[in-house]
Design a protein around this ligand. Structure first.
Ligand code: RB5
Length: 148
């Protein structure tokens, strides 16, 4: 079976959790590309978040996972890209609904506020849940700004 292509990114605050998630996902049916950062040295999350978002928006990866301290900065960064629906996912149910109702294509995690085991559950449900479509499709179609 073809492996699902996933993009992952973090700043220094999400670096530790990202390494754990990389190990977790690589043992499963996923091919994961790490967009940095690659050390614990302090960095600015947009410098890495934009690269991951560009690649997901271009269709090179099916879904993305991003991690910073709160999840907010890296989430805001990704959501500047047309075609990206990045959702801040801090528990399993929010994560499931982000996929089922919002067709989120990036899962933003607050690395300083969730445990490693919570992160595995959140990411697993995000990667395994399908979009429900129907009324939710109509709603997500209204999200992009129309530039006249
Ligand atoms: C880094 O200290 C922190 O500001 C960053 O990871 C993130 O939480 C920003 O939203």
């Amino acid at each position: 079976m073809k492996k699902k292509k996933i993009a992952i990114v973090s700043d220094h605050a999400g670096f530790y959790l990202k390494r754990k998630l990389l190990d977790f996902l690589n043992k499963q049916k996923y091919e994961v590309k790490d967009f940095g950062t690659f050390t614990e040295e302090m960095v600015d999350y947009p410098d890495f978040g934009h690269k991951m978002a560009e690649a997901v928006a271009a269709g090179e990866y099916e879904l993305g996972i991003s991690i910073c301290g709160t999840g907010n900065g890296i989430n805001m960064t990704a959501n500047k890209h047309q075609g990206i629906r990045s959702a801040l996912c801090w528990n399993e149910e929010i994560s499931r609904l982000a996929r089922a109702h919002n067709d989120a294509n990036v899962c933003a995690l607050p690395g300083r506020f969730i445990s490693e085991s919570e992160a595995y559950l959140i990411v697993r449900v995000f990667l395994e849940t399908d979009f429900e479509g129907g009324r939710h499709k109509r709603r997500i179609d209204k999200i992009p700004l129309k530039l006249y």
